[in-house]
Structure formats: structure tokens, C-alpha cells
Ligand binder design. Structure first.
Ligand SMILES: [Zn+2]
Length: 139
């Protein structure tokens, strides 16, 4: 059984360590997540791929209490077995990104709390690989 990224474009692994990939405009310094071929701030196209910080703070959040409908959700979409998960905005050193949270209990989340990047299983593919996605966990 292998562990693979849900999307090599945004999540890579250095051994077991997850690495979040984004973009940076070489002209104005604006960061993007995911990587974009153009800059939304200066409209330039001089973008480079960068590794984003692994630690940040929780800026805001909610709890996804039912299977997301669209775009097609790759996790468990069976309403009888679906497990709610947190979704939040994480303020990284470079920019604020939206991410899945490992914690879904609202009482255990608070604005400004320290969070760190982890990878967690999302589903098993047809070859039996465990497909991982990025998430943030309380430190
Ligand atoms: Zn720019």
C-alpha cells in the first residue's frame, strides 16, 4: 500500500513530511495558493513555484457537517458514514489559505490559535493507495 498525494501540484512529500506548494510573483512578491501562472496583484506572468510555511494561525473556520456536493467530493460522501471536518483560513507567513482542519469540534478551535501543516487520508484509490490531502492541526 502506497501513500500518494491527492494533487502533486499543491501537496508533495519529503519522506513522510508534507510540503505545501504555492507560487510567488518575482516582480511584486505577491504569493498565490495554489500556484498560478499569472499574478492577480500586478497582472505579471513572472511566477515561481515556492514552498509555503508549515506553521500559521487560525484566522476563521467553520465545520463541514455534510458531504460537499460540488465539485465532486473525493472523500466519504455517504451521508450515513460521513465524518464532519473543520474548514478554516490559515494565516501563513506568506498569505492566508483555505484548508481542511483535523479538528471538527468548535469548542477546540479559537481565532489566532497556532496550527501546523499535516497530511491526512482522504480516500483509497482503485489501486489501494491511500490518497492524502493537506490539512492543518492545532499545535
Ligand atoms: Zn505580481
Amino acid at each position: 500500500m502506497n501513500v500518494v498525494s491527492v494533487n502533486d501540484f499543491v501537496l508533495k512529500f519529503d519522506g513522510d513530511t508534507p510540503i505545501l506548494k504555492g507560487g510567488r510573483c518575482k516582480d511584486c512578491g505577491n504569493y498565490t495558493f495554489p500556484f498560478l501562472s499569472g499574478c492577480a496583484k500586478c497582472a505579471g506572468t513572472n511566477m515561481e513555484s515556492v514552498t509555503l510555511g508549515k506553521k500559521g494561525t487560525l484566522w476563521g473556520w467553520t465545520v463541514q457537517g455534510f458531504p460537499p456536493k460540488s465539485p465532486p467530493y473525493m472523500g466519504d460522501s455517504d451521508p450515513d458514514t460521513f465524518q464532519p471536518f473543520g474548514v478554516g483560513y490559515i494565516e501563513l507567513p506568506e498569505l492566508i489559505i483555505e484548508a481542511r482542519l483535523t479538528e471538527s469540534e468548535p469548542a477546540k478551535l479559537s481565532e489566532g490559535m497556532a496550527m501546523h501543516l499535516v497530511a491526512e487520508p482522504l480516500f483509497k484509490d482503485d489501486e489501494g493507495n491511500t490518497v492524502m490531502t493537506y490539512a492543518f492541526a492545532p499545535l
